[in-house]
Ligand binder design. Structure first.
Ligand code: ATP
Ligand code: MN
Length: 460
Protein backbone atom coordinates (compact mmCIF):
# COMPACT_ATOMS: atom_id res chain seq x y z
CA UNK A 1 0.00 0.00 0.00
CA UNK A 2 1.52 3.32 -1.07
CA UNK A 3 0.81 6.09 1.41
CA UNK A 4 0.74 9.77 0.59
CA UNK A 5 3.49 10.52 3.10
CA UNK A 6 5.85 8.25 1.15
CA UNK A 7 5.06 10.05 -2.10
CA UNK A 8 5.52 13.55 -0.68
CA UNK A 9 8.65 12.63 1.31
CA UNK A 10 10.32 10.92 -1.68
CA UNK A 11 8.77 12.42 -4.83
CA UNK A 12 11.74 11.38 -6.99
CA UNK A 13 10.91 7.72 -6.36
CA UNK A 14 7.37 8.11 -7.68
CA UNK A 15 7.67 10.65 -10.49
CA UNK A 16 6.81 9.10 -13.86
CA UNK A 17 5.12 6.10 -12.26
CA UNK A 18 1.46 5.15 -12.45
CA UNK A 19 0.16 4.20 -9.02
CA UNK A 20 -2.97 3.88 -6.86
CA UNK A 21 -3.64 6.22 -3.96
CA UNK A 22 -6.48 5.73 -1.52
CA UNK A 23 -7.88 8.22 0.93
CA UNK A 24 -10.55 10.74 1.85
CA UNK A 25 -11.33 13.83 -0.17
CA UNK A 26 -10.66 17.04 1.72
CA UNK A 27 -11.76 19.47 -1.00
CA UNK A 28 -12.67 19.55 -4.66
CA UNK A 29 -12.48 22.68 -6.76
CA UNK A 30 -11.84 23.66 -10.36
CA UNK A 31 -13.61 24.67 -13.54
CA UNK A 32 -15.28 23.15 -16.57
CA UNK A 33 -12.02 21.79 -17.93
CA UNK A 34 -10.27 20.42 -14.90
CA UNK A 35 -11.02 19.51 -11.30
CA UNK A 36 -8.52 19.42 -8.42
CA UNK A 37 -9.06 17.05 -5.53
CA UNK A 38 -7.04 17.30 -2.32
CA UNK A 39 -6.73 13.72 -1.10
CA UNK A 40 -5.65 12.86 2.42
CA UNK A 41 -5.01 9.33 3.69
CA UNK A 42 -4.12 10.12 7.30
CA UNK A 43 -0.41 9.32 6.88
CA UNK A 44 0.49 13.03 6.94
CA UNK A 45 -1.17 16.38 7.40
CA UNK A 46 -0.43 17.13 3.76
CA UNK A 47 -2.78 16.15 0.97
CA UNK A 48 -1.92 14.92 -2.52
CA UNK A 49 -3.40 16.91 -5.35
CA UNK A 50 -5.25 14.73 -7.87
CA UNK A 51 -5.99 16.37 -11.21
CA UNK A 52 -9.09 15.18 -13.07
CA UNK A 53 -9.12 16.22 -16.72
CA UNK A 54 -12.80 16.58 -17.62
CA UNK A 55 -12.15 15.27 -21.13
CA UNK A 56 -11.45 11.92 -19.43
CA UNK A 57 -14.06 12.04 -16.63
CA UNK A 58 -17.73 12.99 -16.85
CA UNK A 59 -19.56 15.21 -14.35
CA UNK A 60 -21.65 12.21 -13.45
CA UNK A 61 -18.54 10.15 -12.58
CA UNK A 62 -17.13 12.92 -10.38
CA UNK A 63 -20.42 13.70 -8.63
CA UNK A 64 -19.84 11.34 -5.66
CA UNK A 65 -16.34 12.80 -5.17
CA UNK A 66 -17.43 15.16 -2.39
CA UNK A 67 -15.71 16.44 0.71
CA UNK A 68 -15.39 13.45 3.04
CA UNK A 69 -15.84 10.77 0.37
CA UNK A 70 -13.40 7.86 0.11
CA UNK A 71 -11.81 7.08 -3.23
CA UNK A 72 -9.02 5.24 -5.00
CA UNK A 73 -7.38 7.26 -7.75
CA UNK A 74 -5.05 5.68 -10.27
CA UNK A 75 -2.75 7.86 -12.31
CA UNK A 76 0.66 9.19 -13.23
CA UNK A 77 2.74 11.10 -10.67
CA UNK A 78 4.15 14.26 -12.27
CA UNK A 79 5.90 17.44 -11.17
CA UNK A 80 3.36 19.96 -9.95
CA UNK A 81 3.01 23.37 -11.53
CA UNK A 82 1.00 24.69 -8.60
CA UNK A 83 2.75 25.98 -5.51
CA UNK A 84 2.63 24.15 -2.19
CA UNK A 85 3.40 20.70 -3.52
CA UNK A 86 6.27 19.08 -5.39
CA UNK A 87 4.23 16.44 -7.22
CA UNK A 88 0.63 15.72 -8.11
CA UNK A 89 -1.31 12.93 -9.79
CA UNK A 90 -2.91 13.05 -13.24
CA UNK A 91 -5.89 10.78 -12.73
CA UNK A 92 -6.60 8.05 -15.22
CA UNK A 93 -9.01 5.91 -13.25
CA UNK A 94 -11.35 6.51 -10.33
CA UNK A 95 -13.04 4.19 -7.90
CA UNK A 96 -15.40 5.61 -5.30
CA UNK A 97 -15.60 3.51 -2.14
CA UNK A 98 -18.11 5.69 -0.35
CA UNK A 99 -19.48 9.14 -1.04
CA UNK A 100 -20.43 11.66 1.68
CA UNK A 101 -23.60 13.62 1.11
CA UNK A 102 -22.72 17.35 1.30
CA UNK A 103 -26.10 18.05 2.90
CA UNK A 104 -25.31 15.70 5.76
CA UNK A 105 -21.53 15.43 6.23
CA UNK A 106 -20.76 17.87 9.07
CA UNK A 107 -17.12 18.63 8.28
CA UNK A 108 -17.70 20.70 5.16
CA UNK A 109 -15.73 23.85 5.53
CA UNK A 110 -12.42 24.39 7.27
CA UNK A 111 -12.06 26.29 10.50
CA UNK A 112 -14.72 24.70 12.68
CA UNK A 113 -14.49 25.65 16.36
CA UNK A 114 -12.97 23.16 18.78
CA UNK A 115 -16.30 23.07 20.64
CA UNK A 116 -18.17 22.11 17.48
CA UNK A 117 -15.62 19.41 16.69
CA UNK A 118 -15.84 18.04 20.24
CA UNK A 119 -19.54 17.45 19.61
CA UNK A 120 -18.54 15.52 16.48
CA UNK A 121 -15.70 13.69 18.19
CA UNK A 122 -16.48 10.54 16.20
CA UNK A 123 -15.59 12.35 12.97
CA UNK A 124 -12.99 14.86 14.10
CA UNK A 125 -10.00 12.56 13.43
CA UNK A 126 -10.79 13.32 9.77
CA UNK A 127 -9.76 16.96 10.18
CA UNK A 128 -6.20 18.12 9.59
CA UNK A 129 -5.96 19.39 13.15
CA UNK A 130 -6.96 16.18 14.88
CA UNK A 131 -4.98 14.12 12.42
CA UNK A 132 -1.91 16.08 13.51
CA UNK A 133 -2.76 15.75 17.21
CA UNK A 134 -3.35 11.99 17.07
CA UNK A 135 -0.24 11.32 15.01
CA UNK A 136 1.72 13.28 17.63
CA UNK A 137 0.01 11.27 20.36
CA UNK A 138 1.25 8.09 18.72
CA UNK A 139 4.77 9.47 18.25
CA UNK A 140 4.99 10.52 21.90
CA UNK A 141 3.85 7.10 23.11
CA UNK A 142 6.55 5.51 20.96
CA UNK A 143 9.20 7.99 22.16
CA UNK A 144 8.33 7.24 25.79
CA UNK A 145 8.76 3.50 25.35
CA UNK A 146 11.97 4.06 23.40
CA UNK A 147 13.41 6.40 26.03
CA UNK A 148 12.88 3.95 28.87
CA UNK A 149 13.77 0.85 26.90
CA UNK A 150 17.07 2.40 25.80
CA UNK A 151 17.85 3.20 29.43
CA UNK A 152 17.23 -0.35 30.57
CA UNK A 153 13.89 0.27 32.26
CA UNK A 154 11.22 -2.43 32.17
CA UNK A 155 7.60 -1.77 31.22
CA UNK A 156 5.73 -3.07 34.26
CA UNK A 157 1.97 -3.60 34.09
CA UNK A 158 0.13 -2.50 37.20
CA UNK A 159 -3.55 -3.35 37.64
CA UNK A 160 -6.39 -1.15 36.47
CA UNK A 161 -8.83 -2.69 38.92
CA UNK A 162 -7.58 -2.32 42.45
CA UNK A 163 -8.72 -2.74 46.01
CA UNK A 164 -6.20 -0.23 47.34
CA UNK A 165 -7.31 3.37 47.55
CA UNK A 166 -4.48 4.58 49.71
CA UNK A 167 -2.75 6.74 47.14
CA UNK A 168 -5.36 9.34 47.92
CA UNK A 169 -4.57 10.93 44.56
CA UNK A 170 -8.20 11.41 43.68
CA UNK A 171 -11.77 10.20 44.01
CA UNK A 172 -12.22 6.69 42.66
CA UNK A 173 -14.72 4.99 40.37
CA UNK A 174 -16.17 1.90 41.95
CA UNK A 175 -16.18 -1.42 40.08
CA UNK A 176 -19.02 -3.74 41.03
CA UNK A 177 -21.32 -6.44 39.68
CA UNK A 178 -23.78 -6.10 42.56
CA UNK A 179 -27.39 -5.32 41.73
CA UNK A 180 -27.56 -1.55 42.23
CA UNK A 181 -31.27 -1.61 42.89
CA UNK A 182 -31.05 -4.32 45.48
CA UNK A 183 -27.52 -4.90 46.84
CA UNK A 184 -26.92 -7.59 49.49
CA UNK A 185 -26.78 -6.03 52.94
CA UNK A 186 -25.14 -6.88 56.23
CA UNK A 187 -27.11 -6.87 59.48
CA UNK A 188 -26.22 -3.24 60.15
CA UNK A 189 -27.68 -2.24 56.78
CA UNK A 190 -24.37 -1.53 55.01
CA UNK A 191 -23.64 -3.15 51.65
CA UNK A 192 -22.10 -6.62 51.91
CA UNK A 193 -19.17 -6.48 49.51
CA UNK A 194 -18.12 -10.03 50.36
CA UNK A 195 -20.80 -10.98 47.83
CA UNK A 196 -19.36 -8.66 45.17
CA UNK A 197 -17.30 -10.00 42.25
CA UNK A 198 -13.94 -9.75 44.01
CA UNK A 199 -15.32 -10.48 47.46
CA UNK A 200 -14.40 -6.96 48.49
CA UNK A 201 -14.89 -3.38 47.38
CA UNK A 202 -12.91 -2.58 44.23
CA UNK A 203 -12.23 0.51 42.12
CA UNK A 204 -10.43 1.73 39.03
CA UNK A 205 -6.87 2.79 39.73
CA UNK A 206 -5.90 6.43 40.34
CA UNK A 207 -2.18 5.63 40.04
CA UNK A 208 0.00 2.58 39.51
CA UNK A 209 2.73 3.88 41.77
CA UNK A 210 2.36 1.68 44.83
CA UNK A 211 2.41 -1.46 42.70
CA UNK A 212 5.17 0.14 40.62
CA UNK A 213 7.32 0.29 43.74
CA UNK A 214 7.01 -3.49 44.03
CA UNK A 215 8.45 -3.73 40.53
CA UNK A 216 11.25 -1.23 41.12
CA UNK A 217 12.39 -2.92 44.31
CA UNK A 218 12.87 -6.14 42.32
CA UNK A 219 13.76 -5.15 38.75
CA UNK A 220 15.58 -1.96 39.69
CA UNK A 221 14.05 0.44 37.18
CA UNK A 222 10.53 0.14 35.84
CA UNK A 223 7.89 2.35 34.28
CA UNK A 224 4.17 2.03 33.86
CA UNK A 225 2.19 3.54 31.02
CA UNK A 226 -1.52 3.04 31.18
CA UNK A 227 -4.98 4.45 31.74
CA UNK A 228 -5.74 6.13 35.03
CA UNK A 229 -9.15 7.08 36.37
CA UNK A 230 -10.12 9.91 38.67
CA UNK A 231 -13.69 10.84 39.48
CA UNK A 232 -12.76 14.47 39.85
CA UNK A 233 -15.65 16.78 39.38
CA UNK A 234 -13.48 19.39 37.80
CA UNK A 235 -14.30 21.03 34.53
CA UNK A 236 -10.81 22.51 34.02
CA UNK A 237 -9.08 22.37 30.65
CA UNK A 238 -6.35 20.24 32.31
CA UNK A 239 -8.33 17.39 33.92
CA UNK A 240 -9.92 14.27 32.46
CA UNK A 241 -11.76 11.47 34.25
CA UNK A 242 -9.80 8.94 32.17
CA UNK A 243 -6.24 9.86 31.27
CA UNK A 244 -2.96 8.08 30.63
CA UNK A 245 -0.06 8.26 32.98
CA UNK A 246 3.60 7.30 32.75
CA UNK A 247 5.11 6.39 36.11
CA UNK A 248 8.80 5.49 36.28
CA UNK A 249 10.03 4.13 39.61
CA UNK A 250 13.72 3.64 40.37
CA UNK A 251 15.57 1.83 43.13
CA UNK A 252 18.67 3.64 44.46
CA UNK A 253 17.58 7.04 43.06
CA UNK A 254 17.42 10.02 45.41
CA UNK A 255 15.40 13.14 44.67
CA UNK A 256 18.20 14.73 42.65
CA UNK A 257 18.56 11.65 40.44
CA UNK A 258 14.79 11.77 40.10
CA UNK A 259 14.79 15.40 38.97
CA UNK A 260 17.61 14.74 36.51
CA UNK A 261 15.65 11.87 35.00
CA UNK A 262 12.40 13.86 34.79
CA UNK A 263 14.13 16.74 33.03
CA UNK A 264 16.01 14.50 30.61
CA UNK A 265 12.86 12.50 29.89
CA UNK A 266 10.59 15.40 29.10
CA UNK A 267 13.25 17.11 26.96
CA UNK A 268 13.77 13.85 25.08
CA UNK A 269 10.06 13.61 24.27
CA UNK A 270 9.86 17.20 23.06
CA UNK A 271 13.04 16.88 20.99
CA UNK A 272 11.66 13.67 19.50
CA UNK A 273 8.52 15.52 18.41
CA UNK A 274 10.52 18.39 16.90
CA UNK A 275 12.74 15.99 14.97
CA UNK A 276 10.17 13.42 13.87
CA UNK A 277 6.83 15.22 13.61
CA UNK A 278 7.90 18.39 11.85
CA UNK A 279 4.98 18.65 9.43
CA UNK A 280 2.34 18.23 12.11
CA UNK A 281 4.03 20.66 14.49
CA UNK A 282 4.46 23.24 11.75
CA UNK A 283 0.79 22.87 10.87
CA UNK A 284 -0.26 23.41 14.50
CA UNK A 285 2.18 26.30 14.86
CA UNK A 286 0.71 28.02 11.84
CA UNK A 287 -2.97 27.45 12.60
CA UNK A 288 -3.25 27.46 16.39
CA UNK A 289 -0.31 28.75 18.28
CA UNK A 290 2.31 30.87 16.56
CA UNK A 291 4.67 30.48 19.52
CA UNK A 292 4.51 26.69 19.67
CA UNK A 293 7.83 25.86 18.01
CA UNK A 294 9.64 28.62 19.90
CA UNK A 295 8.23 27.33 23.18
CA UNK A 296 9.26 23.75 22.43
CA UNK A 297 12.78 24.80 21.49
CA UNK A 298 13.02 26.97 24.55
CA UNK A 299 12.23 24.09 26.89
CA UNK A 300 14.70 21.78 25.17
CA UNK A 301 17.48 24.38 25.27
CA UNK A 302 17.19 25.61 28.86
CA UNK A 303 17.85 24.13 32.28
CA UNK A 304 14.81 23.87 34.52
CA UNK A 305 14.89 25.99 37.68
CA UNK A 306 14.99 23.91 40.88
CA UNK A 307 13.43 25.64 43.84
CA UNK A 308 12.18 24.66 47.31
CA UNK A 309 8.47 25.25 47.92
CA UNK A 310 9.29 27.63 50.79
CA UNK A 311 11.25 29.88 48.41
CA UNK A 312 8.43 29.66 45.88
CA UNK A 313 5.91 30.84 48.46
CA UNK A 314 8.16 33.81 49.29
CA UNK A 315 8.32 34.81 45.64
CA UNK A 316 4.55 34.56 45.31
CA UNK A 317 3.95 36.57 48.48
CA UNK A 318 6.33 39.29 47.34
CA UNK A 319 4.95 39.38 43.79
CA UNK A 320 2.32 41.96 44.64
CA UNK A 321 0.01 40.01 42.35
CA UNK A 322 -3.66 39.49 43.22
CA UNK A 323 -4.39 35.75 43.04
CA UNK A 324 -7.81 34.15 43.16
CA UNK A 325 -6.61 31.62 45.77
CA UNK A 326 -4.62 32.87 48.78
CA UNK A 327 -0.88 32.19 49.09
CA UNK A 328 0.65 31.23 52.44
CA UNK A 329 3.12 28.63 53.67
CA UNK A 330 1.17 25.37 53.78
CA UNK A 331 -1.19 26.21 50.90
CA UNK A 332 -1.49 23.80 48.00
CA UNK A 333 -0.51 25.70 44.90
CA UNK A 334 -3.17 26.38 42.30
CA UNK A 335 -2.47 26.50 38.61
CA UNK A 336 -2.38 30.34 38.69
CA UNK A 337 0.47 30.25 41.24
CA UNK A 338 2.40 27.63 39.33
CA UNK A 339 2.03 29.56 36.11
CA UNK A 340 3.10 32.83 37.74
CA UNK A 341 6.38 31.26 38.83
CA UNK A 342 6.99 29.71 35.42
CA UNK A 343 5.64 32.30 33.00
CA UNK A 344 6.21 35.58 34.77
CA UNK A 345 8.90 35.16 37.40
CA UNK A 346 11.45 32.68 36.04
CA UNK A 347 10.21 32.42 32.44
CA UNK A 348 11.44 28.81 32.49
CA UNK A 349 10.10 25.43 33.60
CA UNK A 350 10.41 25.07 37.38
CA UNK A 351 10.85 22.00 39.55
CA UNK A 352 9.40 22.82 42.94
CA UNK A 353 10.66 20.62 45.80
CA UNK A 354 10.24 20.02 49.52
CA UNK A 355 6.52 20.64 49.99
CA UNK A 356 4.78 20.66 53.39
CA UNK A 357 3.97 17.08 54.34
CA UNK A 358 0.28 17.90 54.95
CA UNK A 359 -0.40 18.58 51.27
CA UNK A 360 1.50 15.57 49.94
CA UNK A 361 1.02 11.81 49.99
CA UNK A 362 1.96 9.61 52.96
CA UNK A 363 4.75 7.72 51.14
CA UNK A 364 7.01 10.72 50.50
CA UNK A 365 10.34 10.84 52.31
CA UNK A 366 10.39 13.14 55.32
CA UNK A 367 13.09 15.83 55.41
CA UNK A 368 15.16 16.40 58.54
CA UNK A 369 13.05 19.47 59.41
CA UNK A 370 10.10 17.13 60.15
CA UNK A 371 7.80 19.51 58.25
CA UNK A 372 8.55 19.05 54.58
CA UNK A 373 8.81 16.03 52.32
CA UNK A 374 11.04 15.27 49.35
CA UNK A 375 8.41 15.96 46.72
CA UNK A 376 9.15 17.37 43.29
CA UNK A 377 6.57 18.83 40.93
CA UNK A 378 7.59 19.92 37.45
CA UNK A 379 5.73 23.07 36.44
CA UNK A 380 5.39 24.08 32.79
CA UNK A 381 4.34 27.17 30.90
CA UNK A 382 0.63 27.16 29.93
CA UNK A 383 0.06 23.88 31.82
CA UNK A 384 1.14 24.26 35.44
CA UNK A 385 1.91 20.85 36.94
CA UNK A 386 2.96 18.36 34.30
CA UNK A 387 4.84 15.91 36.56
CA UNK A 388 4.38 15.04 40.22
CA UNK A 389 6.95 12.90 41.97
CA UNK A 390 9.06 12.29 45.06
CA UNK A 391 11.72 10.33 46.81
CA UNK A 392 9.84 7.65 48.74
CA UNK A 393 10.12 7.04 52.48
CA UNK A 394 12.27 3.92 52.83
CA UNK A 395 12.39 3.89 56.63
CA UNK A 396 9.94 1.31 57.98
CA UNK A 397 9.21 3.11 61.26
CA UNK A 398 8.66 6.50 59.65
CA UNK A 399 6.44 5.07 56.91
CA UNK A 400 4.40 3.02 59.38
CA UNK A 401 4.08 6.13 61.55
CA UNK A 402 2.55 8.10 58.67
CA UNK A 403 0.23 5.21 57.77
CA UNK A 404 -1.01 5.00 61.37
CA UNK A 405 -1.34 8.77 61.66
CA UNK A 406 -3.61 8.80 58.62
CA UNK A 407 -5.47 5.64 59.67
CA UNK A 408 -4.73 3.77 56.41
CA UNK A 409 -5.37 0.03 56.42
CA UNK A 410 -4.65 -2.95 54.20
CA UNK A 411 -1.14 -1.71 53.40
CA UNK A 412 0.89 -4.70 54.58
CA UNK A 413 1.89 -5.74 51.08
CA UNK A 414 3.26 -2.25 50.45
CA UNK A 415 5.05 -1.96 53.79
CA UNK A 416 6.80 -5.28 53.04
CA UNK A 417 9.03 -3.40 50.57
CA UNK A 418 10.43 -1.56 53.61
CA UNK A 419 10.46 -4.63 55.82
CA UNK A 420 12.62 -6.69 53.49
CA UNK A 421 15.62 -5.25 51.67
CA UNK A 422 14.41 -1.66 51.83
CA UNK A 423 16.28 0.78 49.57
CA UNK A 424 16.21 4.48 48.84
CA UNK A 425 14.02 4.91 45.78
CA UNK A 426 12.15 7.54 43.82
CA UNK A 427 9.68 8.00 41.02
CA UNK A 428 7.25 10.34 39.36
CA UNK A 429 4.09 10.48 37.29
CA UNK A 430 3.76 12.33 34.00
CA UNK A 431 0.25 12.98 32.72
CA UNK A 432 0.41 11.90 29.07
CA UNK A 433 -2.29 14.34 27.96
CA UNK A 434 -0.61 17.21 29.79
CA UNK A 435 2.54 16.47 27.79
CA UNK A 436 0.43 16.42 24.63
CA UNK A 437 -1.16 19.75 25.51
CA UNK A 438 2.31 21.20 25.63
CA UNK A 439 3.61 19.54 22.49
CA UNK A 440 0.55 20.30 20.33
CA UNK A 441 -0.26 23.76 21.69
CA UNK A 442 -3.91 22.72 22.10
CA UNK A 443 -5.79 24.65 24.78
CA UNK A 444 -8.06 21.96 26.16
CA UNK A 445 -7.11 18.49 27.36
CA UNK A 446 -10.30 17.11 25.78
CA UNK A 447 -8.74 17.80 22.40
CA UNK A 448 -5.62 15.65 22.79
CA UNK A 449 -7.35 12.30 23.48
CA UNK A 450 -9.60 10.65 20.87
CA UNK A 451 -12.52 9.92 23.20
CA UNK A 452 -12.43 12.24 26.21
CA UNK A 453 -14.22 11.27 29.42
CA UNK A 454 -15.28 14.04 31.75
CA UNK A 455 -18.23 14.78 34.03
CA UNK A 456 -21.57 14.19 32.29
CA UNK A 457 -19.89 12.93 29.14
CA UNK A 458 -19.21 9.36 28.10
CA UNK A 459 -19.94 9.25 24.36
CA UNK A 460 -18.90 6.35 22.15
P1 ATP B 1 -3.39 18.39 39.72
O1 ATP B 1 -2.92 19.08 40.96
O2 ATP B 1 -3.02 19.09 38.45
O3 ATP B 1 -4.83 17.98 39.77
P2 ATP B 1 -2.33 16.03 40.89
O4 ATP B 1 -1.40 16.62 41.85
O5 ATP B 1 -3.65 15.51 41.38
O6 ATP B 1 -2.59 17.03 39.67
P3 ATP B 1 -0.69 13.66 40.60
O7 ATP B 1 -1.50 12.81 41.49
O8 ATP B 1 0.60 14.17 41.06
O9 ATP B 1 -1.60 14.88 40.07
O10 ATP B 1 -0.56 12.90 39.19
C1 ATP B 1 0.61 12.94 38.40
C2 ATP B 1 0.36 13.63 37.07
O11 ATP B 1 -0.79 13.15 36.42
C3 ATP B 1 0.11 15.12 37.20
O12 ATP B 1 1.32 15.82 37.31
C4 ATP B 1 -0.61 15.44 35.92
O13 ATP B 1 0.32 15.58 34.84
C5 ATP B 1 -1.42 14.20 35.66
N1 ATP B 1 -2.82 14.32 36.08
C6 ATP B 1 -3.32 14.29 37.32
N2 ATP B 1 -4.66 14.36 37.34
C7 ATP B 1 -5.04 14.43 36.04
C8 ATP B 1 -6.31 14.48 35.38
N3 ATP B 1 -7.45 14.47 36.07
N4 ATP B 1 -6.33 14.53 34.03
C9 ATP B 1 -5.18 14.51 33.33
N5 ATP B 1 -3.95 14.44 33.89
C10 ATP B 1 -3.87 14.40 35.23
MN1 MN C 1 0.71 16.26 41.93
Amino acid sequence: MIRIKDILDHPEEFEGKTIDVKGWVRTRRGNKGVQFVALNDGSTVKSLQIVFDLSKFSDEELKPVTTGSAICATGLIVKSMGKGQSVEMQAEKLEVYGTANPEEYPLQKKGHSMEFLREKAHLRPRTNTFGAVFRLRHAMAYAIHKFFNDKGFFYFHTPLITASDCEGAGAMFQVTTLDMANPPRKEDGSIDYSEDFFGRQASLTVSGQLEGELGATALGQIYTFGPTFRAENSYTPRHLAEFWMIEPEMAFYDINDNMDLAEEFIKYCIRYALENCRDDIEFLNEHFDKELIDRLNFVVDNDFVRLPYTEGIKILEQSGKKFEFPVYWGADLASEHERYLVEEHFKKPVILTDYPKEIKAFYMKMNDDGKTVRAMDVLFPKIGEIIGGSQREEDLQKLQGRIDELGLTGMDWYVDTRRFGSVPHSGFGLGFERLLLFVTGMQNIRDVIPFPRYPKNCEY
